[in-house]
Design a protein. Structure first.
Length: 292
């Protein structure tokens, strides 16, 4: 059990982590800080945190575990702010959707204290953001990826593995580079496509009328377009190198479909669709994260 969680960012991800730790009996006290005092106050009223801190530094004071749950672009400033309170025994984690940029930020900000930092990415979320959406079950059954640095201390890594496992996560470990390449393909690009499709429909004069006719397929495909704009702005910029590679691969495939439609090449078009259909059917659904 941890004595005190210093929670920086009391929204959906951070708030859910605090609630999960409390329910599992893994923490005695949660001290929270958010950039918006209203959010911090709301977190206390909802029982997500026990004490409101006026700064990130004071949220970490006395903590033996710290969770950074802020947009990835704010990681470096946050780590710099708390560095005076970081100890070699402390476990510090983040929940960012990109990892190479987060690790680079941690190296610059924490310097000789980076051994306490275990980068983490829980594959979970909701369209709704904010502390009111916090849910103790958010991480249950979800994959959790750890991307430790070459200087991450063994004790902290083992703590992180045990903690996320206790919260019901399926813990995996990989390099930050492999992580970012994979999630550019299976998470970041799909978000871009959903954003682009919604904007494409909305930009047309008949857009509202088209949307009134949309069915479950459109609903399911565009569900993630309702995601938090600031969070996803930062993710797309942070992982843009890998994401642009995936975007080009998608453009190539889209170009192939367009060429076959223009040529009215039914057999070749059917073969492409069959290939996609078979690949999708063979995909092991039991390995998917639970719906969020």
């Amino acid at each position: 059990m941890f004595e005190q969680l210093g929670l920086i960012g009391c929204g959906l991800m951070g708030g859910s982590f605090a609630l999960a730790l409390k329910r599992a009996g893994l923490v005695k006290r949660v001290v929270g800080y958010s950039k918006s005092p209203t959010t911090t106050e709301r977190a206390r009223l909802l029982g997500v945190i026990d004490v409101e801190a006026p700064s990130a530094l004071l949220a970490v004071s006395g903590a033996d575990i710290v969770l950074i749950a802020v947009p990835v672009a704010a990681t470096e400033a946050t780590l710099k702010a708390i560095k005076p309170m970081v100890t070699p025994q402390m476990l510090i984690m983040d929940v960012g959707s990109t990892k190479t940029d987060v690790i680079d930020a941690a190296r610059r900000a924490l310097r000789d204290q980076i051994g306490s930092f275990v980068p983490a990415h829980p594959i979970a979320g909701k369209e709704r953001a904010g502390v009111d959406a916090a849910d103790a079950d958010l991480y249950t059954g979800c994959p959790l990826i750890l991307t430790p640095t070459e200087r991450t201390l063994t004790a902290q890594l083992k703590q992180a593995q045990a903690l996320w496992t206790a919260l019901g996560c399926k813990v995996m470990q990989m390099s930050s580079e492999a992580h970012d390449a994979a999630f550019a393909a299976v998470s970041h690009l799909p978000h871009v496509l959903a954003f682009a499709l919604m904007n494409s429909v909305q930009s047309q004069a008949e857009g509202d009328a088209f949307l009134a006719l949309a069915g479950p397929g459109f609903r399911d495909f565009t569900r993630i377009a309702a995601s938090d704009p600031k969070v996803w702005r930062d993710i797309l910029l942070a992982n843009r190198t890998e994401l642009l590679k995936q975007s080009q691969l998608f453009r190539d495939q889209l170009g192939t479909f367009e060429a076959l439609m223009q040529a009215a090449d039914a057999p070749a078009l059917e073969a492409l669709i069959e290939n996609a259909s078979a690949a999708r059917s063979a995909w092991h659904m039991t390995q998917l994260p639970k719906p969020c």
